[in-house]
Write a protein that binds this ligand. Sequence first.
Ligand SMILES: *Cc1c(COP(=O)(O)O)cnc(C)c1O
Length: 387
Amino acid sequence: MYRIGNKEVEAVEKVIMSKNFWRYSQNSEAKQFERELEDEISVKHALVMSSGTASLLCGLVALGIGPGDEVIVPGYTFISTALVPMALGAIPVIAEVDETLTIDPEDIKKKITPRTRVIMPVHINGLPCNMKAILEIAKQHGLYVLEDACQAVGGSYQGKRLGTLGDAGAFSFNYYKTISCGEGGALISNNTTTYEKARIYHDAGCAFFSPDQKVKVPYFAGVNYRMSDILSSIMRIQLGRLDGILKDLRQRKNFLIENLCIPMGWKLSPVNDEDGDCSIKLGIMFESNQEVTHWIDKVNTLEPGLKTECPLYSDRHVYINWEAVLEKRSIFNDCKQLPFTDTGLNYSKDMCPKTLDYLARTMYFLINPDMEIAELDRICKNIKDSY
Ligand SMILES: *Cc1c(COP(=O)(O)O)cnc(C)c1O
């Protein structure tokens, strides 16, 4: 469902013909994309890199997270949110989601221990988390907040863009996301030290040749997650399409609410900030999983063009399928100095029963921003008329 075409082809051609692929050259595409992203999202620093996972990892590194630290993540998110702490020898602590299918602030409180350092709220499916409650808890307990906004580029919470409310935020531009260049990501932050640390770590420990953007933080050992300038040129065009995509998603979501969900008497899943929701999906909450399955089957049969899903079956987005986490398998397993099991924390498939219950009882409509309203209208009428 991408919106992509000739403009992106021309942008890539321009970079190729320039024979200059260096991300830190004067006026590189990556640098220009960073400035444009900062403007669009209203944030002080954007650091583009090779993926959303790399952005989350650099975010944790920049916040000083390491072996034995605990990081609270929700039980419903793409698996990499939970694996990123493990990649640093830190420990993901899995918290329940509430009916919004975003992390439950009440359960965050229960999961805090003396080792907790970071809360990672995930704006899953572009749905804003309850940031007011989360930021309050973080402040009270002296914790960092790293927002996983990988699926929520352009969304907002109480007027502020997602990713800018906590200490840092991560975006993904992979094949699955609203705006995409195949693979890519960005870390955003209003804190200059956090940005500089992430920049050093993502750039082989040296914040390479960038006289116009000197860093104050001393260099430390890093890796290379630099963004390609060719992909950055695509992202600059993609960013220009974002507002139009969000507008069309929201219009279609509201149309479905008015013309199908309300007439059918369905209960909408609550949303922490309706106006800020990216509207990638529309959640309906039923009394039972049987009802969800029933309606998914009906809609599939009647109107297969209107995509539905039950998030319980979304594979690696649900903690019960995070084998490496449940089995505590990281690169440190064979490294005797850093035993992952130190804190005695144990994982099990029934550790977040509320999460499984809410996922099982939710039906999602997947919103296609390019479906004609007239077609959506016909679909709504057909489904209503069949009952
Ligand atoms: C896509 C995604 C990621 C990872 O992004 P990549 O660019 O694939 O590394 C992390 N968290 C969430 C919630 C995602 O949807």
